[in-house]
Write a protein that binds this ligand. Structure first.
Ligand code: SF4
Length: 411
């Protein structure tokens, strides 16, 4: 019998605490939906979660469920069910796998936490800052559950963020209040919102410290670790438990730094990952880079849950700025400058661009950016074709060959 190869992925000890926290979060939501102990709001990943939490909603994020459908590799089997009811194979595969999961009554929450279904929503709240797909995705559930669908429409391809743009978002955020008061049967409380936003800001600082630990050489954490450990920053921002978790994780990374114990043994190369992860291939990708003593140290994706403008004294202004100044909302010129800064801060040797077929919004290789940046920084890059969830759009062999060619180029 062939000897099993030893994994090169170093386990992060804090993972157990994170898993417990995530289980607690999902079980609370399940209980809220089943016992009506709290109302449930569905929110897009960079939607106004703080406002919802201030109203006491249990906040559920379908994109997080989408990522679980990807990591569990259920997505490719479920997407066709959404295609069959008219949702194109070319649109967001988080959306199609999630709709497929609903239609097929098959969720990874069952295996992970013993939960039968995703929590039934009382209200659906979106922000189109990331893409239009989220609005159409939530519209599907609006028709299914017959609950209010409300949201914020944010300008896209924003260069310099202008105060009138931010003010417009402030007005839109405040405009959500009457519907939220009605669904939650609670009066809006500005002091409670201030508390939640302050908590969310502290979570941002904790998550940022974790990601910035990767500036150290060798890095104590990889991008692949980051995609897993960002869970609390996504689903529990505004809840103090997320802050506690990032303190624990950061302490562990600090210890690794003190012991010169990199996430990749013998780290020789450092890369930046631009775009979405291929959720069903996280482990394979982590192994491949580790085998080559290469560490993928940073990404725009994991950094998307750093919301520093939440420090604003006015919580509405803070939320409006945080959710409008995001990388994904910005112009090509802004993105180029941002990546240039990241290359310098993290001392990277090259860029990996994921052209995710069903997410043009997170694929920044399509308008010449990689070439322009390579010329400016004299750093090599590779663009590989794939997808966040639909593994039928990804070729393992092709990606491996491309990654290895990049590694060889800089070795
Ligand atoms: S940004 Fe991309 S992955 Fe996220 S919801 Fe929109 S299309 Fe889907």
């Amino acid at each position: 019998m062939a000897e099993e190869r030893k994994s090169l992925i170093k386990k992060i000890g804090s993972t157990a605490a994170m898993n417990e926290l995530m289980a607690e979060y999902f079980k609370e939501l399940d209980q809220a939906a089943n016992t009506h102990s709290a109302k449930v709001a569905w929110c897009t990943s960079v939607g106004p979660a703080e406002l919802l939490r201030a109203f006491g909603f249990g906040v559920y994020f379908p994109e997080n469920h989408g990522a679980m459908l990807g990591t569990s590799r259920l997505a490719p089997d479920l997407i066709p069910a959404a295609n069959a009811v008219g949702y194109s194979p070319d649109i967001c595969s988080y959306c199609t796998s999630d709709v497929g999961s609903y239609l097929q009554k098959n969720t990874p929450l069952t295996k992970a936490f013993g939960i039968k279904t995703v929590p039934r929503p009382d209200v659906l709240v979106y922000n189109t800052n990331q893409c239009r797909d989220v609005q159409d995705w939530f519209s599907f559930y609006q028709r299914e559950f017959d609950v209010p669908l409300i949201g914020v429409e944010t300008p896209r391809s924003v260069g310099e963020v202008k105060s009138e743009q931010v003010q417009d978002i402030v007005v839109q955020l405040k405009g959500l209040i009457p519907a939220l008061e009605q669904v939650s049967s609670q009066k809006f409380d500005i002091d409670r919102l201030r508390e939640v936003v302050a908590s969310s800001y502290r979570c941002t600082l904790g998550w940022k410290k974790v990601l910035r630990a990767a500036e150290n050489v060798p890095s104590p954490i990889t991008f692949f670790d980051g995609t897993i450990h960002m869970g609390p920053a996504v689903v529990l921002r505004g809840d103090d438990r997320a802050i506690g978790y990032y303190e624990t994780l950061h302490a562990e990374l600090q210890q690794r730094i003190e012991q010169n114990n990199g996430a990749v043994d013998g780290e020789k190369l450092r890369f930046f990952w631009e775009g979405m992860p291929v959720w069903g291939k996280l482990r394979a990708h982590a192994e491949l880079f580790a085998e080559n003593r290469a560490c993928v140290v940073a990404s725009t994706y994991c950094n998307s849950w750093i919301f520093e403008p939440l420090a604003e004294p006015d919580p509405f202004l803070g939320m409006a700025r945080a959710y409008t100044e995001l990388f994904i909302v910005r112009s090509e010129a802004y993105k180029e400058r941002y990546l240039e800064g990241m290359a310098r801060d993290y001392r990277i040797d090259g860029f990996i661009y994921h052209d995710a077929k069903t997410c043009p919004n997170n694929s920044n290789n399509r308008y010449g950016l990689p070439g322009r940046l390579a010329q400016k920084l004299e750093l090599p890059y590779v663009v590989f074709n794939g997808d966040l969830n639909d593994l039928r759009l990804y070729s393992e062999e092709q990606a491996r060959t491309q990654f290895e060619a990049l590694i060889e180029q800089v070795s």
